[in-house]
Design a protein around this ligand. Structure first.
Ligand SMILES: C[S@@+](CC[C@H](N)C(=O)[O-])C[C@H]1O[C@@H](n2cnc3c(N)ncnc32)[C@H](O)[C@@H]1O
Length: 384
């Protein structure tokens, strides 16, 4: 196996708990991607890593041991990841959250008996066969879809593709999340077919919903929060700009026997303004917008967007009503998000209590020394 030497700064990064070593911290290296042995500047072995010769992130730490990285090794690691999720009451969840599970650039999402996998680095791409073999041995899935259409692959010199890697993967898969069932769309849906990261927050929203009250699920996608609200609400308005997602939402509602959801295809900014003008009131409101900040430079504009929708939602709250609000922008960190909420609350004319601070589900583990593993943050605020 090829060896790659790294600078003291690169080696220090691993010691301090971050698995990436950057281009400027690597002393040479092969032209081809693959698994490499890594040495410090004095030539001592410090670990094995995935090497991506065209990426700014040159090395991703796989193990600090000398273990043979074969299908058996992958199976053991995958079983370890799954064991951490054994208490999750859902048939869809993330089994591997890349760097968050110490398996960098690998995402594995489970949808009932099928797996949807993302291989997000050139180094890992060279290990595709053994990873798939390890997945089959560990979980015996009916099918595995490689949903490799994520834009980050381009930075690795990899092309976007979605191809089955094992068995047959259906267009839609019915899954259960606590008391709710829904159809995920692994081939064409957003992310790997559903937004799994909000699972515990959706269950929480269901518990927060006042019996017989009105619910509003803004940015509903295929109805994910709306179903949990609708089990207790008299009616729920579920709003999204995606026609396809709403169509699946209506099918999902039927699957759950729910007839109290009004599906609205609309721009949320405009719809919230209109509802405020009409003096509508809701007992529970969910705001789960797409990432407004795609880069660090777009954070100020994104914060203005978050502030606007949160301000309007706060004004739409009934007395004692709750707002569950989130941001999945990695670049907007929790203190900025809470600062934005404080400003919106100040402008809203309402008295609002911060009831909870939220994060991503435990199947999307956030490593303290790897900030890139955390992106979803949120809060529950109550009008008092
Ligand atoms: C983060 S996802 C929502 C996920 C969903 N709440 C869930 O838990 O599955 C964001 C959603 O916002 C929708 N969206 C994007 N821009 C929008 C806009 N201006 N108005 C309404 N919906 C929008 C997208 O179609 C997408 O479904």
């Amino acid at each position: 196996m090829t060896s790659v030497k790294v600078t003291p700064r690169g080696a220090e990064r691993w010691v301090r708990g971050h698995p990436w070593i950057y281009r400027s911290e690597v002393l040479g290296g092969p032209e081809q991607p693959g698994l490499v042995r890594v040495q410090d500047s004095r030539g001592r072995f410090i670990g094995q890593a995935l090497h991506s010769p065209r990426s700014e992130i040159r090395l991703r730490l796989l193990t600090r041991s000398e273990d043979v990285i074969d299908a058996r090794w992958w199976r053991q690691e995958l079983v370890r990841c799954a064991a951490r999720r054994r208490d999750i009451d859902a048939t869809a969840c993330r089994l591997v959250h890349g760097e968050g599970d110490a398996l960098p650039s690998l995402v594995v999402d489970r949808y009932d008996r099928w797996l949807v996998v993302q291989i997000l680095s050139a180094g890992l791409e060279t290990m595709r066969e053994v990873v798939i073999e390890g997945l089959i041995e560990a979980f015996q899935p009916e099918g595995i879809l490689l949903r490799n259409d994520a834009p980050v692959r381009r930075r690795e010199g990899l092309s976007p593709t979605s191809v089955p890697a094992h068995g047959i993967v259906p267009q839609e898969i019915e899954v259960r999340e606590g008391p709710v069932r829904y159809l995920a769309a692994p081939w064409v849906g957003q992310k790997t077919g559903a937004f799994l990261d909000q699972r515990p927050n959706r269950l929480l929203a269901g518990r927060l919903m006042t019996q017989g009250g009105r619910g509003l699920d803004c940015f509903t996608y295929h109805g994910s929060f709306a179903f949990h609200l609708a089990r207790r609400a008299s009616e729920v308005v579920a709003l999204d700009s995606s026609h396809e997602a709403l169509a699946r939402g209506a099918t999902n509602a039927a699957l759950n026997g729910l007839t109290n959801i009004e599906w609205r295809e609309a721009d949320a900014f405009e719809a919230l303004r209109q509802m405020e003008r009409a003096r509508e009131r809701f007992e529970t409101i969910v705001l789960d917008p797409p990432a407004f900040a795609k880069s660090r430079s777009s954070v100020p504009g994104a914060l203005r967007g978050y502030r606007e929708i949160n301000l309007r939602a706060m004004r739409l709250l009934a007395s004692e009503g709750v707002l569950l609000t989130a941001s999945c922008s990695f670049h907007v960190r929790l203190p900025q998000f809470l600062g934005m909420l404080i400003e919106a609350a100040g402008d809203s004319g309402r008295r609002l209590m911060l009831e909870r601070v939220l994060g991503q589900g435990e199947d999307h583990p956030e490593v303290l020394t790897v900030p890139e593993t955390g992106y979803l943050k949120g809060a529950v605020v109550r009008a008092i």
